[in-house]
Structures are given as C-alpha cells and as structure tokens.
Design a protein around this ligand. Structure first.
Ligand SMILES: [Zn+2]
Length: 72
C-alpha cells in the first residue's frame, strides 16, 4: 500500500466534509480542518498558515483549503 500523497489527502478531507470555511473573501480565507488526529486552524492571506505541527505552508490542510478557495 502506498502512502497517501498530500493532494490525495487534501481531496479526502474535502470529500469527507472535514473542511469548514469560517470566513472567505478575495484576499483571505479562514477555515477549520478536522485532521486525522486533531482539528486545525488554517489561515491564508499572502502566506498560508496552519496550526498543525507539519511544515508550515506545506501540509494537506492548507492544500485542501486552497482547493476550495477561488476554485484554484
Ligand atoms: Zn496543516
């Protein structure tokens, strides 16, 4: 079994309803993401930020929020 990629995990978070957008406009978005072990806060404005212990700006939580924001 291969490890789930960041993009695959992000898609799974979206399809299972783990992403809750709290606020979004053209410049920023704030969302809560229910991860596998805990809930995280994602905030994207210029720099993406996530409260999870992974590398900042490069985790599946941010990836998932980016997918729904601006339809990118
Ligand atoms: Zn994260």
């Amino acid at each position: 079994m291969t490890k789930e990629t960041k993009t695959e995990k992000a898609k799974r978070l979206l399809t299972t309803g783990c992403v809750l957008v709290e606020f979004a406009d053209e410049e920023k978005i704030m969302a809560k993401v229910a991860g596998d072990t805990s809930g995280y806060q994602v905030w994207i404005k210029d720099e993406p930020r996530c409260s999870c212990p992974n590398r900042q700006g490069d985790c599946s939580h941010i990836e998932a929020v980016k997918m729904i924001w601006r339809n990118e």
